[in-house]
Design a protein around this ligand. Structure first.
Ligand code: ADP
Ligand code: MG
Length: 369
């Protein structure tokens, strides 16, 4: 089922006295398509949980509307919206078995939705199979690993066949290996059930790896919505460019003069279509080409061999970060005897941003062809 948000806004009084109100969700106005897995992504405190709680009905909006399909659900209580929710801290009932935990949401169904014990157990077993915990039905939560507990929580969220599945940082409590495995599981479960899913995380890699669409937000405001690769390749502002990608995009203070980008005295790239001005120049790590005649001069610091790739760490007086990190194919042998390293640049891996509002400045050569 598609979810449509219309000018959805939530304002909280500030937790610190005498400070202005917090606009946790600021004019959300977009559609989440039916049957997709959408990653809601942004730094801690940007309003992700607030947005999710508005959609579930746990919070009431200050203004705006929420539609599930064609139905306005803005005033509906959570239990009538048909949402399944999973939180970071599983929130299972500790004294109940897995089976009883999963069945729990089915027990208070009324009218023609009321189920017999047998029907409930059959349904519980069906979702337990989906998340692959059918052999654990008699366990108590404290007799299981974190990953298993999180699967139980997902099964419980799915047992009523929700219209929308809402996941709020569901992997945060898992160790690194389990995180990777469980996120693949979530993708598989979502694909198998086809349930419209909103997956909240502050981890860009997590969101990029499993989402059909990502929504990048900051300070309550949606900055960009798109397919993960499209947003990575074509960020609309400096924040989005810096938030996506590891290692992070390398940012330099530069300037455009007569259609060319300068970093310091180096005339590094043709940038037709941008008027003369100071800019931020963001260069993706994979956008550097080792080139003994290349226009960008850096001071070599370290070469880290990583098997498939080589990471060249260098310095430049005009960089804004700690160091310049470039990823070079391992076949491209790096001469580490000198103190200097020179690069030419792949134009479509270079993004320029206005110094005034940090919005993207587009140049002809920067288009990916
Ligand atoms: P996230 O989930 O992205 O970390 P939240 O949605 O939890 O962010 O919070 C967004 C902002 O709203 C934060 O500044 C937070 O302090 C504020 N906030 C959240 N809930 C409340 C509340 N009940 N009262 C006051 N401020 C709140
Ligand atoms: Mg949160």
């Amino acid at each position: 089922m598609k979810v449509v948000l219309k000018h959805l806004t939530k304002i909280f009084p500030n937790r610190t006295k005498n400070l202005p109100d917090v606009i946790a969700v600021n004019d959300f106005d977009f559609e989440i398509p039916d049957g997709k897995l959408v990653g809601l992504l942004g730094p801690s405190g940007c309003g992700k949980s607030t947005a999710l709680n508005l959609i579930s009905g746990l919070l009431e909006p200050t203004s705006g509307q929420i539609f599930f399909g064609e139905n306005d659900v803005t005033k509906l209580p959570p239990e009538n919206r048909g949402v399944g929710m999973v939180f970071q801290n599983y929130a299972l009932y500790p004294h109940l078995t897995v089976l009883e935990n999963i069945i729990f949401p089915l027990q208070n169904l009324k009218g023609d939705k009321k189920m017999t014990r047998e029907q409930m157990e059959a349904k519980a077993l069906e979702v337990a199979r989906l998340v692959q915990i059918e052999h654990l039905m008699e366990r108590k939560p404290n007799e299981m690993s974190g990953g298993q507990q999180q699967r139980v929580a997902i099964a419980r969220a799915l047992v009523k066949t929700p219209n929308v599945l809402l996941l709020d940082e569901p992997l945060s409590n898992l160790d690194a290996r389990l995180r990777l495995q469980t996120r693949e599981e979530i993708r598989r479960i979502q694909t198998e059930t086809g349930v419209t899913t909103i997956f909240v995380t502050h981890d860009q890699e997590e969101a990029m790896s499993i989402s059909d669409l990502i929504i990048v937000m900051k300070d309550g405001v949606v900055n960009q919505i798109g397919k993960p690769q499209d947003v990575y390749d074509d960020p609309c502002n400096l924040f989005v460019a810096q938030f996506l990608g590891t290692p992070q995009i390398n940012t330099f203070n530069g300037r455009v003069e007569n259609g060319w980008l300068y970093i310091g005295e180096d005339k590094v790239l043709k940038t037709t279509g941008i008027s003369d001005q100071e800019v931020y120049a963001g260069i993706r790590p994979e956008g550097f080409i080792l080139d003994e005649n290349g226009p960008l001069h850096c001071r070599l610091s370290a070469v880290e061999v990583m098997g498939r790739d080589t990471s060249v760490v260098s310095f430049n007086d005009n960089m804004t970060g700690v160091s310049v990190r470039s990823i070079i194919s391992a076949e491209n042998r790096v001469d580490t005897s000198g103190k200097e390293v020179r690069f030419s640049l792949k134009p479509y891996k270079v993004h320029l941003f206005s110094k005034e509002d940090q919005k993207r400045l587009y140049f002809e050569e920067g288009v990916l062809r």
